[in-house]
Design a protein around this ligand. Structure first.
Ligand code: TRP
Length: 450
């Protein structure tokens, strides 16, 4: 191709799928999904979640890729470039950059617990311990002053390191091999968990929908979880879209990424709920679901030491590839719109996020007064980003796609200039223009009418 492009890009098709799946698959699937599903009735939540992934999540992923690839820019620049006469839309981009900061802040705290779990696996801490001791140990670790902060600093530092090196050499290289290994371990764990005594109750909880439990809260939480898990609504996929080659098919890419993300979340549910029921952990137990159930499960396995260690290492890596996409949103904005060097931009954004993350971690200490409206800062960051920023960002992103950009821009990107997907185009356009904005608006409004 004659076209010379100064922007860094993904080197191959599998590279972009791996990197986008790396962004999507993370703590959101293995830690947050079971938490939210557990609090919202299990099976009822799962059904709503799946419906939202298929009807909104995947179309919105395609939509974000379209915007980024068309504009070849960061989220702020994208809105400016595609609607030059309506500058106000770039606010969505700014909101995305802010949102990225806030997500990294609490995400790195959870990533820190994951590193703590790696540490505990290395020293064989879990071996032979009962549930109460492991739970107590988890609480004690969260309540420590320095150690959680050290782990989250390590996490942010390793993410910043890859980001500073740039896209194709950094992100792609690390994502490609590791995700498949994680999936294999998850599959082994599934089998192990289903064979535990009492596992059936857990499977029933996760798969048997009690339709009477579908409430506004279940729907809102599912929408927030879809956005979080698929990295939607705050520019991460606009940014990645800007690195996708013009030849890649955005529809199949999004389908593969969206479905693998959902597959991993379901695997996590199939591992965690049967095991939790078997060990006597309540489904509403929150972080305990992933961080205490799994070590208990490993304790029951031959080679448990080894599996536990590898699993938590891979989980750190999954979290890491997700954090990369978050940092990249901020860094691409700072380098392209404010002309900072990549190195400076990385330092500012990671240090900034680390400072907020200190507050998030400290707010979880027993008796901490770091609260907002009665929620810890950690919980507030989690809730505000997924239930407000990302859903609002997603709403305006689809409105922008459906009503603001030139129809030609939309068509060219969707069909790779008329070479693919002609048949799907109408349905997709209809979803983006009417169904998606209406659905998101209704779900958001219902939140405030409770
Ligand atoms: N999707 C990731 C996960 O499930 C987290 C994440 C990465 C994210 N980038 C994002 C969430 C952008 C929202 C927006 O763990």
């Amino acid at each position: 191709m004659a076209e010379k492009n100064k922007r860094d890009g993904f080197g191959s098709k599998i590279g972009i799928i791996a990197a986008a799946a790396g962004s999507a698959v993370g703590l959101g699937n293995i830690y947050r999904f079971p938490c939210v599903a557990g609090e919202n009735g299990g099976g009822a939540f799962l059904i709503v979640y799946l419906v939202i992934v298929l009807t909104l999540g995947i179309p919105m992923m395609i939509g974000e890729f379209i915007l980024g690839r068309r504009a070849q820019k960061n989220p702020v620049g994208t809105f400016k470039a595609l609607a030059p006469s309506a500058k106000g839309w770039s606010l969505i981009g700014y909101m995305g950059v802010l949102c990225a900061f806030l997500i990294i802040a609490f995400y790195s705290t959870v990533a820190g617990w994951t590193i703590e779990s790696v540490y505990k696996s290395v020293i064989n801490y879990y071996h032979g311990k009962d549930l109460a001791t492991i739970e107590q140990g988890f609480n004690d670790s969260i309540n420590m002053t320095v150690r959680p902060l050290l782990w989250q600093a390590v996490f942010i530092f390793i993410s910043a390191f890859v980001i500073a090196k740039g896209i194709s050499k950094g992100i792609e290289k690390y994502s490609k091999i590791l995700m498949p290994i994680l999936i294999i371990i998850l599959l082994i764990l599934c089998v192990k968990s289903i064979l535990l005594p009492g596992a059936y109750e857990g499977l029933k909880f996760f798969f048997k929908p009690d339709f009477s439990k579908i409430s506004r809260q279940v729907i809102t939480s599912a929408l927030g979880q879809v956005f979080f898990s698929m990295s939607l609504g705050m520019g991460a996929l606009i940014t990645y879209g800007s690195y996708i080659s013009k030849k890649d098919n955005l529809v199949t890419t999004s389908l593969m990424v969206g479905l693998s993300d959902t597959f991993v979340a379901i695997l996590a549910g199939v591992i965690i709920f049967p095991a939790a029921f078997s060990f006597g952990i309540r489904p509403e137990a929150g972080p305990s679901l992933a961080f205490n159930t799994l070590p208990m499960l490993f304790n029951q396995m031959n080679g448990g030491y080894f599996f536990c260690l590898i699993f938590f290492i891979l989980l750190v890596i999954a979290a890491w590839t997700s954090a990369l996409s978050l940092l990249e949103v901020i860094v691409s904005y700072l380098t392209e719109e404010l002309n900072l060097s990549r190195k400076k931009a990385t330092i500012y954004s990671s240090v900034g996020a680390f400072i907020i993350s200190i507050l998030a971690a400290m707010s979880l200490h027993d008796g901490s007064s770091l609260t907002i409206f009665g929620f810890t800062i950690f919980d507030s960051l989690d809730k505000i980003t997924s239930m407000v920023f990302m859903t609002l960002g997603g709403l305006f992103t689809v409105l922008f796609l459906g009503w603001k950009i030139k129809k030609q821009d939309f068509e060219d990107e969707f069909t790779n200039s008329g070479t693919v997907n002609i048949r799907l185009k109408k349905i997709f356009y209809y979803i983006i223009k009417f169904i998606a904005p209406a659905a998101i608006a209704v779900i958001m409004a219902s939140q405030f009418l409770m």
